[in-house]
Design a binder for this molecule. Structure first.
Ligand code: FES
Length: 109
């Protein structure tokens, strides 16, 4: 399988506790964020009921809280670490590999 690679922009645009959205050439929507100095890329849609995590999510202390129903995800691993009330946990955020070349950032998928 051939791996595609998209240029995203300059690494310096990605900061802690900020979710930066990108539309990939394949139509997939993702966000990139910085966690403990490292860069992470995930699908923009919440695994619970597909809410837009950039519009409805909030990044706090390396976690992402989806504002639609309150599910909480690790921004290190994408794992769903907390569900609201007695709800069952859901699957993880879909993650993507990033490649940094100098100040330029690329995503592989
Ligand atoms: S859609 Fe994100 S918690 Fe329900």
């Amino acid at each position: 399988m051939k791996v595609k690679r998209n240029y995203l922009g300059k690494v310096g645009c990605i900061v802690e506790n900020r979710l930066v959205p990108f539309d990939l050439e394949c139509g997939q929507r993702i966000f990139v964020t910085r966690v403990r100095g490292g860069l992470r890329a995930f699908s923009l849609h919440c695994p619970h009921m597909q809410a837009d995590l950039v519009r409805q999510g909030k990044a706090v202390d390396c976690m992402l809280i989806c504002g639609a129903h309150g599910y909480v995800y690790s921004l290190d691993s994408g794992e769903n670490i907390k569900a609201p009330g007695t709800e069952a946990r859901t699957g993880p955020l879909k993650s993507f590999d990033l490649v940094q070349e100098g100040d330029d950032l690329f995503i592989c998928y």
